[in-house]
Design a protein around this ligand. Structure first.
Ligand code: DHB
Length: 403
């Protein structure tokens, strides 16, 4: 029954604020457990599909997409990578994940993960509303929270739920609903950003290259046979207007140059963006009838591509816990969420921070800092323990066999 201030009222066990990969994967997993959801997003589907994000999935995440029935497109369009290259001191050093830890990662852009999930929701009859606005989340400290929003046609709607999940990204509105005196925010800012490009050029190397140089960091990734994704470390206040293609290519080439004569294959640059980043965690990840998942609760610097993997781990735990909470276990099941999710969050925070400081040049760094970094890089690639550490962290921590 509609009340005076809204056009419709719908009742559903779980309302999900945010329909990016975290929100949609949660909806998908809950759907498989027989729990109905409504997911909402202020962005249009087109906006989410066309915003470039990271491109590396842990093997467990890739397997889950296939085995939970989202899609097996990753097996055709994705690429399994059994290692990465670290370049420093002008030389290439391969880290062989398969040999070191028996694992691999998949190159499969986040935008494709999102498309697969949005298609799977449509196929399975799930409800997702994109392009909504004026989201309000009410009564989260009660057992009957509500979400109100305005649809693209201007009509106003209310969802009555048992639980609300805030999967609304790094600028989360939901996390602000945890009272200020009951939450802790852990933050680390970095004195640099990434300049990201998409270029219509052939591949320069079969695997990803993480390059350290005296001029700063560069990362060579890819999107397809004909489109490549690359990043270089820049100033946080950098403007893309100051970077004609020639200057971008000169910067990349200087950062990967070495005695082996390696050069990137160049082409027209079709997108340029400056990406700012920080490390962030908000605790608690649950408040009353609301839980936070993915970037809403924590963000990591992009180096090492942990963000999406971490978000999908959150919702794996959360889907199981919510299904139990809605079954015979009741509210107490939710107490398991934060301890199980947070352990991985802090491991990933550490890895993302560690690999960022390992490869980037801080402004004002001294010759000592550069030489020490080269010493650390030599420890990483030059010892089996170092290589194994990197391989284990990069491929993710197994969720199946052991903790
Ligand atoms: C990509 C981004 C990353 O941050 C990373 O560590 C690896 C790959 C990418 O966009 O392809």
């Amino acid at each position: 029954m509609a009340d005076a201030t809204v056009d419709t009222v719908t009742t559903v066990p779980v309302a999900i604020v945010g329909a990016g990969p975290a929100g949609l994967m949660l909806a998908h997993r809950l759907g498989r457990a027989g729990v109905e959801t409504i997911a909402l997003d202020t962005r249009t589907r087109h906006e989410i599909e066309t915003t470039q994000r990271a491109g590396i999935l842990e093997a467990d995440v890739a397997r889950d997409l296939v085995e939970t029935g989202v899609s097996d497109r990753i097996l055709r369009d994705g690429h399994e990578h059994e290692g990465v290259e670290l370049r420093f001191g002008g030389r290439a050093h391969r880290i062989d994940f398969k040999d070191l830890v028996g694992e691999s990662v998949w190159l499969y852009p986040q935008t494709d993960v999102f498309v697969d999930l949005a298609d799977a929701r449509e196929r399975d009859g799930g409800t997702v509303h994109f392009g909504i606005k004026d989201t309000e989340v009410l009564d989260i400290t009660t057992g009957s929270p509500r979400v109100r929003y305005t649809a693209p046609d201007g009509t106003r709607h209310e969802i009555r739920a048992r639980y609300v999940v805030g999967a609304d990204g790094s600028r989360s509105m939901c996390r602000g609903l945890v009272p200020e005196d009951r939450r802790v925010r852990f933050t680390k800012e970095y004195p640099f950003a990434w300049f990201g490009i998409l270029t219509e050029a052939p591949m320069s190397a079969p695997e990803l290259i993480y390059a350290h140089s005296e001029h700063g960091f560069a990362l060579i990734s890819r999107r397809s046979e004909t489109v490549q994704r690359m990043y270089f470390q820049c100033d946080p206040d950098e403007s893309v207007d100051a970077w004609p293609d020639d200057r971008v290519w000169e910067t990349f080439q200087a950062r990967v140059a070495g005695e082996d004569g390696f050069r990137l294959r160049e082409g027209p640059i079709i997108e340029k963006t400056v990406l700012k980043f920080r490390s962030f965690v908000q605790e608690p990840m649950r408040w009353g009838s609301m839980a936070l998942a993915g970037d809403a609760a924590h963000t990591v610097p992009p180096t090492g591509a942990r963000g999406l993997n971490l978000a999908l781990h959150d919702v794996k735990v959360l889907a199981e816990v919510l299904a139990r909470a809605l079954g015979s276990d009741g509210d107490a099941a939710l107490d398991d969420y934060q301890p199980r999710a947070l352990r991985r969050v802090w491991r990933a925070q550490n890895f993302s921070y560690w690999i960022t400081q390992l490869l980037h040049t801080a402004p004002g760094s001294e010759p000592f800092d550069l030489q020490r970094q080269l010493g650390e890089l030599d420890n990483v690639v030059g010892t089996r323990a170092g290589r194994t550490y990197l391989a284990e962290q990069y491929t993710g921590w197994p969720t199946r066999a052991r903790a």
